[in-house]
Ligand binder design. Structure first.
Ligand code: CDP
Ligand code: CDP
Length: 230
């Protein structure tokens, strides 16, 4: 028997949170939860509904009515909203450009945080986002704040893009920096390194190196807890 812990990974866009969190979860046989996908799913529905991204109550009611399900998969996680698979539709530039406005809304945030806490009750969860260590899971046994330079983050995202999206690396870097600013400056649960989070700068490191470092930190946290229980 070894105790299970929760791992929170926060940081700016393109730092490698999702890619690394998925690897860490698979190495530890934990469940990976991508909270950004939930804000993206709400944003998709807001854009479809024609609601304004400023309308806290309207969007809050819409979010309350959404059944958002994250299906863990080996390679990628599928995202279902009211039974409909929206996995690829939440990754467009249009969603990127609107999501931080939806994520500022108080009613949306409280609803998402409630769902996310419920998903982590059983422990053994690797959850990535912006406010996991500070707000959603303040008691997570391991908190990581993952960063990389804006240029490196933009380059990583650029490589993933469909060339048809027609955006330059410079434009993408600007959009990423703007989204980071919105996420850092919002009033509720902004993007912030928790005081007890370990800072990991992934600039110049491979995905495997970063994942391995976090796995080792996770195993160390598990050992500390086991020792305390004896
Ligand atoms: O993958 P990428 O870093 O581009 O973004 P994401 O993790 O999918 O998150 C998309 C957006 O959702 C962020 O820019 C935030 O505005 C919002 N978000 C948030 O506010 N809180 C979270 N825990 C996760 C995401
Ligand atoms: O979730 P977040 O926005 O923080 O980043 P991501 O969606 O995981 O995207 C990061 C991209 O950079 C992926 O294409 C990774 O393969 C790549 N990458 C990385 O994540 N970490 C490194 N150390 C190097 C590259």
């Amino acid at each position: 028997y070894s105790p299970r812990i929760n791992i929170a990974i926060d940081g700016p866009a393109g730092a490698g949170k999702s890619t690394v969190a998925r690897k860490v979860a698979s190495a530890l046989r934990y469940i990976y939860i991508d909270t950004g996908a939930m804000y993206r799913a709400v944003t998709l529905k807001v854009l479809e509904s024609g609601l304004s991204t400023e309308d806290n109550e309207g969007v809050g009611r819409l979010a309350d009515g959404l059944d958002i399900v994250l299906l863990p998969g080996a390679e990628s996680q599928r995202v279902l909203v009211n039974g409909e698979d929206v996995t690829s539709r939440i990754r467009t530039l249009d969603i990127n450009r609107n999501v931080s406005y939806v994520a500022r809304l108080a009613d949306v945030r409280s609803r998402m945080a409630e769902l996310q806490r419920r998903m982590a009750l059983e422990k053994g969860v690797v959850m990535d986002g912006r406010d996991i260590g500070t707000h959603v899971l303040p008691d997570a046994e391991l908190k990581v704040f993952l960063t990389a330079t804006p240029r490196e983050r933009a380059k990583r995202r650029f490589l993933e893009l469909d060339p048809n999206e027609g955006i330059t690396l410079e434009q993408l870097e600007k959009e990423i920096t703007e989204r980071d600013r919105l996420d850092q400056e919002r009033n509720i649960a902004p993007l912030l390194q928790a005081h007890d989070a370990l800072l990991l700068d992934s600039t110049g490191k491979t995905v495997d190196e970063v994942a391995e470092e976090i796995v080792q930190w996770g195993l160390a946290a598990v050992r500390t807890i086991s020792a305390g229980e004896k």
